[in-house]
Design a binder for this molecule. Structure first.
Ligand SMILES: Nc1ncnc2c1ncn2[C@@H]1O[C@H](COP(=O)(O)OP(=O)(O)O)[C@@H](O)[C@H]1O
Ligand SMILES: [Mg+2]
Length: 509
């Protein structure tokens, strides 16, 4: 859509206040029914009782950055960013948001702005001029830039392209220069990806994350700020780590660990080293209270241990309730788990070793798996510091033991191998051997690099290290068991086998 086209829209549709009033009505009347069909809408299972325009700022002359409050029959409200453009084009993207509007008696339509390249370019221009847009409720929307915002060569392509496949956020890539990650479900206060991205880019100067180039912030009339989007330098890559691992495994026949696998193990060593360097960077500023390492106390360790023990119980209860319905091979693994319930509860106490060995807790990634990395020419880049999506933000910002991240990646490697070999088939001995080698390579790389970090993040004794790591792997695998029970029971074999491996390792040690 060209700018002259928009000007004639404006002439047809009238002044911004009238359009804002029309949007307000459309949000109230039309949005509730359309929300459950949006990929980014996070509360699909909940009964919506209403939607209300919380605030909105006009960008250009036919686009609005709207914030919408959604209320439910039960439970807390949620707030979503819903950028809209006036759009009379009938050839719209199937499934994408479109709300009927009536402007001065003329039927019109507001559509999801991210489907419009013109809007996406308008966003980029707003960053370039560091725009501040006044909003209809007396607040503002501010486009902030950091010094990593590149000088945009007029000849370089910044053609916008919306990424597909993403779920909770909406990302738009500009050429191969920048990427906007628009947050959909938002809340006031620091956004974790922003906070951690800023710390790693500017304070720690950690080279293995995308440099933070800017952010879009909403400030309410009372001064409450909410991050609506992040702007990062685009990192050219061969795809994310999960794709990379599956490609490699597809080519290799992981049933046979042989010399052809060696380059992959070397890469996993590097991934381990980058992970340890990330932890070193996150632990590098003792003066910033949000990031300073703190002693991991006996209370921390017993609190985490009790939570995990409780998770052992509720996971075993969930398995018991479904045991009769499971396929025979999986049911056999499930019985092994049930028989180990008391032993696993006992294991959760091993976290005491972390306090006894005077380890520190720090800010961590918190949702670490292969899909949160990009495979680049130079190695790996780490993305997405929003933490575990299901937990409240305050909890995600808490300092934790670095082994949570290490365990996350080990479990992800296990999933990658079994997905490549046969997610629902019988356990393969070759696959098991491959997982062991992959895990060992990642851990070697991790330990090699963590030795350079001046803060003590891990128990010094190898046996305490292994036992503490096992507890966090246990924690992660229990979560996976509950997830698969609810979503993909035929995949239950993967986490159950992982748990069996942990138990066997313990008997062996
Ligand atoms: N800075 C970046 N450069 C290149 N691609 C990126 C960048 N940030 C995100 N991506 C792409 O978007 C995907 C999802 O990014 P992520 O930050 O993990 O968001 P989400 O919260 O949607 O998981 C990544 O797997 C990658 O393909
Ligand atoms: Mg992600």
């Amino acid at each position: 859509m060209g700018s002259s086209g928009r000007r004639s829209d404006r002439a047809r549709h009238g002044d911004p206040a009238r359009i804002a009033a029309a949007l307000e009505r459309a949000v109230l009347v039309e949005l509730p029914a359309a929300l459950p069909r949006q990929r980014w809408f996070g509360a699909k299972g909940r009964a919506i009782s209403g939607a209300r325009l919380r605030d909105c700022g006009e960008l250009g002359d036919s686009a609005w950055l709207a914030l919408v409050d959604v209320t439910f029959a039960q439970g807390p409200d949620e707030t979503y960013t819903v950028p809209l453009v006036l759009d009379d084009d009938t050839s719209r993207v199937p499934g994408s948001l479109a709300l009927a509007l009536e402007l001065d008696g003329t039927p019109s339509r507001a559509a999801d702005a991210f489907d419009h390249p013109g809007f996406c370019l308008e966003l980029l221009r707003a960053f370039e001029r560091e725009a501040t847009l006044p909003t209809v409720r007396g607040g503002s929307v501010r486009f902030l830039r950091t010094d990593r915002f590149p000088r945009l060569d007029p000849d370089a392509s910044v053609a916008p392209r919306r990424l597909t496949g993403e779920q909770s956020n909406t990302s738009v890539v500009y050429g191969d220069v920048l990427i906007v990650k628009a947050l959909r479900k938002v809340q006031p206060g620091p956004n974790l990806d922003h906070e951690v991205g800023e710390f790693l880019t500017f304070r720690a100067r950690f080279p293995h994350v995308p440099p933070l180039a800017g952010a879009i912030e909403h400030a309410s009339a009372t001064g409450e700020t909410t991050t609506l989007a992040l702007l990062q330098r685009y990192v050219p890559s061969h795809g994310d780590g999960w794709r990379w691992a599956l490609d490699q495994l597809g080519r290799l026949q992981p049933e046979h660990v042989d010399e052809a696998s060696e380059p992959v193990f070397r890469d996993l060593f590097r991934l381990g080293a980058v992970t340890a360097a990330l932890h070193g960077a996150l632990a590098s500023d003792g003066r910033d209270p949000a990031f300073a390492p703190e002693p991991l106390t006996a209370d921390d360790a017993s609190g985490w241990g009790e939570r995990i023990a409780e998770d052992v119980r509720r996971t075993c209860d969930a398995i018991r309730a479904r045991l009769e319905t499971l396929p025979p091979a999986i049911a056999a693994d499930a019985r092994v788990l049930l028989a180990s319930e008391p032993a696993l509860i006992e294991r959760a106490r091993d976290l005491r070793l972390l306090a006894a060995e005077q380890c520190a807790k720090i800010r961590i990634h918190g949702d670490y798996h292969l899909g949160q990395t990009l495979r680049t020419d130079g190695g790996f880049v780490i993305l997405d510091f929003e933490g575990e999506p299901a937990r409240p933000v305050a909890e995600r910002r808490r300092k934790q033991c670095v082994l949570v991240d290490v365990a996350g990646m080990l479990r992800s490697l296990d999933y990658a191998v079994h997905t490549a070999v046969s997610p629902t088939g019988a356990p393969s001995q070759g696959g098991e051997r491959w997982v062991r080698r992959a895990n060992a390579s990642f851990l070697e790389g991790y330990l090699d690099e963590i030795a350079r970090v001046p803060v003590r993040l891990l128990p010094a004794s190898p046996s305490a290290f292994t036992r503490a790591l096992s507890v966090f792997e246990l924690d992660r695998a229990l979560y996976e068991v509950r997830y698969e029970l609810d979503n993909r029971p035929t995949w239950l074999g993967i986490p159950l086998r992982g748990l069996a491996r942990l138990l066997a390792r313990e008997r062996g040690s």
